[in-house]
Design a protein around this ligand. Structure first.
Ligand SMILES: C[S@@+](CC[C@H](N)C(=O)[O-])C[C@H]1O[C@@H](n2cnc3c(N)ncnc32)[C@H](O)[C@@H]1O
Ligand code: SF4
Length: 397
């Protein structure tokens, strides 16, 4: 990996950690349910986007590289593996040239099972990738088709085996629960399959029927119906209990990991640490300010190519109340919960004295617990109504 290790160690001592997200907005086809900023594109569009990304990395590094060392990089999408491998390799090389990247850096790439081959995997690993996140969604072939997925379960297993042949164990897999027509037994099959394969990190997403998706049209015109809340809860509990009894830690509402396989990058989001998003519609959080790039690819290109500017469209400095709300909302998603000492340190006030009655009521209802080391942690019951719990705890802080 092209990192100057000797140089880095000196730099790292004086720098804060930064995580970088790079958005690749391309897929080979669009899934029925997906509202992520991604599109099917030709090779010249991909090349142009790559050049724009390079321009953005250089501009961003002029602002941040002096203050930060990069502790994690997440190449997400869309489907990064739908790009030719050399784009990913070159993007990483350009990041190494423009930022101080720690030698312990976690580098994740999102891949789709049928956009990958041995050569791509080899090149990713040589470029520094050390964590693979694969979208499977379900092992049921009929459901895969209904979701608009173009791969099979066999493609998925082949991808896992290829990655493992290169000695990489750090593999994550995404699945969806609560899809129209999905049965609890199918969720059970999917989770048992992943257990059998020994996948050490599993992300379990409850379906969101998003605006501007093919699925939304089908749900709205009554062609399909989503499972009722009780069924989705049954699915979630099944996944959660099965994984936890098999040695996985539910380190966040949707994320389960075997010991030492928790994603550093994921945790940065929930701990409100600094991260920089590069690419179309990428979001950032740096020093208490949230900002986002444009989600319009024409504007993205124009800003970088013509105006030579970072294509930011919105910047928001959070108020104290908003920071407190985020603290509550993000920490309660995690198994570490909300650390009341850290809250006190950051906001110079005692959370418990302010929310005594609400906390007592939520504890009595079995939604949260208060640990001896002063943390509020959501129970499974609380996680299933997390929005409500957060609303009550974060109200009027
Ligand atoms: C940004 S996608 C990228 C992954 C990769 N392109 C793939 O599909 O294999 C990350 C994950 O988000 C989840 N996802 C996307 N749309 C969703 C939705 N509407 N509801 C719930 N989960 C969703 C899927 O599990 C998907 O794997
Ligand atoms: S789920 Fe993944 S492959 Fe499907 S459209 Fe979304 S980003 Fe693309």
């Amino acid at each position: 990996m092209a990192i100057n290790k000797t140089g880095l160690n000196i730099l790292e001592k004086s720098k804060n950690n930064l995580s970088i997200y790079i958005h690749i907005p391309f897929c080979n086809s669009k899934c029925e349910y997906c509202a992520f900023n991604s599109m099917v594109a030709n090779s010249s569009d991909k090349k142009r986007y790559f050049n724009d990304l390079v321009a953005e990395i250089k501009l961003q590094s002029q602002i941040y590289s002096g203050y930060y060392s990069v502790a994690s990089i997440y190449i997400g999408g869309g489907t990064p593996s739908s790009m030719d491998y050399y784009y990913i390799r070159d993007l990483l090389q350009i990041l190494y040239k423009n930022f101080a990247v720690k030698n312990t850096v976690e580098i994740t790439i999102e891949i789709n099972p049928n956009t990958i081959d041995k050569n791509k995997i080899r090149e990713y690993i040589l470029a520094g990738v050390n964590r693979f996140s694969i979208g499977l969604q379900t092992t049921n072939p009929k459901l895969l088709k209904e979701m608009g997925r173009t791969h099979t379960v066999e493609d998925y297993e082949k991808a896992v085996n290829m990655i493992r042949e290169f000695g990489i164990k750090n593999i994550s897999t995404d699945i969806i629960i609560g899809y129209p027509k999905q049965k609890v037994s199918q969720v059970k099959d999917t989770i048992n399959y992943l257990l059998k394969l020994g996948i050490p990190h599993i992300s379990v997403y409850m379906l969101q029927v998003e605006q501007d998706t093919k699925l939304k049209v089908l749900v709205d015109n009554g062609s399909v119906g989503v499972p009722n809340d009780d069924t989705v809860i049954e699915m979630y509990n099944l996944v959660s209990n099965t994984l936890m009894t098999n040695g996985y830690n539910r380190y966040e509402l949707s994320n389960f990991a075997k010991p030492s396989y928790e994603s550093y990058h994921n945790k940065v989001y929930w701990k409100r640490k600094d991260y920089l998003g590069i690419g179309l519609s990428a979001h950032s959080y740096i020093s208490g300010r949230r900002f986002a790039n444009t989600d319009n690819i024409v504007e993205y290109a124009e800003k970088l190519e013509v105006k030579k500017q970072i294509p930011i469209t919105s910047i928001k400095s959070l108020t104290e109340q908003e920071k407190k709300e985020e603290f509550v909302m993000l920490s309660l998603r995690t198994s570490e919960g909300m650390n009341l000492e850290e809250y006190k340190e950051e906001f110079e006030e005692n959370f418990l004295s302010k929310k005594k009655n609400t906390v007592a009521r939520l504890i009595k209802g079995g939604f949260i617990i208060l640990t001896k080391d002063n943390k509020l942690i959501c129970t499974t019951k609380g996680l299933l109504v997390l929005n409500q719990v957060v609303l009550e705890l974060a109200d009027d802080l």
